[in-house]
Design a protein around this ligand. Structure first.
Ligand code: UD1
Length: 416
């Protein structure tokens, strides 16, 4: 099994370029199935989740290839309608292929989606959206089957904001007959990027980034070409690494404007930053203040995906910090491993109290999910001595070259 070996205690100094966004690229890949021709995602991250979506496209009959970091998807013959559970079980985002299959072929069958175990992660809102658009859906213990003549526009009113279910609704509505309004939808930047991509493909969409998205269905779409935006969670992860090691780093290609909630916390901890010549320049040397209370929220609130990386920073700041996780019910898995590194984190339900009395010390820890794995790497960078992080396959789902990037900034880190 791959493991990351870190010799910690060195401040990060240097510049790295932020990779393309995982959560933006994945729904765009599903959207590409809606056109019988070639679509291109430029600057697409080469990460395990993207490769898994690529395998699904190929399983459906598409040809895909890479030219450097540009992903070409030729969906001319992607007329398959079944996605085996061997693929869907690997990742959560596979579920949004259901809308794309219905939009393209009027039917689809797939295994249940897998993904990081950070809570129950039901798909009721996804199925509600598709049923609202006229899909007939059957759920068996092993498969979900859906069919329709042609999806019909309708009003979809979510009881809870969900990124994936909003994407599902959008992907279903763009080729549906008539108009769809999606209320109480997610407002995350990835929704906005998906809508921009679909608009380039000829979709008629208004309101992305707001509470209600309106879509007028069209008869057909054409090919999409889009630059994948920078990954705000990867950027935040590197800023956490800078803060935890009290370093100074610059991020090229930063997702400016998408990190405001995180940067506010960064500043409260004593960090500084500025945007200069298109780079985000961060100074973590003054990070020394605990965060009395922070809750994760839907966008534009503090992102749940940065909760564990931030916890690793707070674990070594004197004073007591308190994080409430409001999005996923089981997202404190990294806490136990951080405690093995000398942290004092007490988790009760959705609350974590972090007492940053002592410094961290290196030891062997195991990642159990993607962002929790990144948190362990951050802790390893800050800790005295050697840390070995196992379970790296989780980390490679979202980070293209975390070890190379951190090495470039002076960290003593290697993937073995
Ligand atoms: C996406 C992101 C993930 C991020 C999350 C929240 C991708 C590929 N993943 O995941 O990185 O952490 O948004 O910002 O973009 N829910 C239901 N029923 C549903 C769907 C969701 O109850 O049908 C619940 C979930 O269990 C969770 C909450 O809604 O408690 C939010 O989940 P959601 O926004 O759907 O997250 P994902 O799209 O899975």
């Amino acid at each position: 099994m791959d493991e990351i070996r870190i010799s910690g205690g060195k401040p990060l100094y240097g510049t790295v370029k932020v990779q393309g966004s995982k959560n933006a690229a994945l729904p765009m890949m599903a959207a590409s199935l809606l056109y019988k021709g070639v679509s291109i995602l430029k600057g697409c991250p080469k990460i395990a989740d993207v490769f898994c979506m690529e395998e699904i496209l190929r399983e459906l009959g598409a040809s895909t290839w890479w030219e450097d970091h540009d992903l070409y998807m030729d969906c001319t013959h992607a007329d398959g309608t079944e996605i085996p559970c061997g693929y869907t079980g690997k990742m959560r985002s596979s579920v949004i292929f259901l809308a794309a299959l219905l939009g393209r072929s009027g039917k689809g069958q797939m295994g249940y989606p897998g993904g990081c175990v950070i809570g129950q992660r039901p798909i009721d809102l996804h199925l509600y959206a598709l049923r609202s658009l006229g899909a007939v859906i059957e759920e068996s213990p092993f498969f979900i089957s859906a069919k329709c003549d042609r999806l019909s526009g309708n009003e979809i009113c979510f009881t809870k904001r969900s990124v994936g279910a909003t994407e599902q609704a959008i992907l279903g509505a763009v080729l549906a007959r008539g108009e769809t309004s999606i209320r109480n939808c997610a407002r995350e930047p990835e929704i906005v990027w998906l809508c921009r991509y679909l608009r380039r493909m000829g979709a008629i969409i208004q309101g992305e980034g707001e509470d209600c998205i309106c879509i007028r269905g069209v008869e057909e779409l054409h090919g999409g070409v889009m630059q994948v935006p920078p990954d705000r969670i990867v950027a935040g992860t590197y800023l956490c690494a800078c803060a935890a090691t009290r370093g100074k780093i610059s991020l090229e290609n930063p997702p400016v404007g998408e990190l405001d909630a995180f940067l506010e916390v960064y500043r409260k901890m004593g960090g500084q930053y500025k945007v200069k010549s298109g780079k985000l320049v961060a100074d973590g040397t003054g990070v020394n203040r605990a965060v009395p209370f922070l809750k994760t929220e839907v966008y534009p609130g503090f992102p749940t995906d940065l909760q564990s990386p931030l916890m690793a920073v707070l674990a070594a700041i004197p004073g007591e910090s308190h994080i409430r996780e409001q999005i996923f019910e089981d997202r404190f898995k990294a806490a136990e491993e951080l405690n093995r590194m000398g942290a004092e984190i007490a988790v009760v339900g959705r609350d974590a109290r972090i007492c940053g009395r002592k410094g961290l010390r290196g030891c062997t820890v195991c990642a159990e999910e993607l962002r929790g794995g990144a948190a362990l790497v951050i802790a390893g960078l800050a800790a005295q001595g050697e840390t070995i992080v196992r379970g790296c396959s989780y980390i490679s789902r979202g980070y293209e070259h975390i070890c190379e990037d951190l090495s470039l900034m002076g960290a003593d880190i290697v993937l073995i």
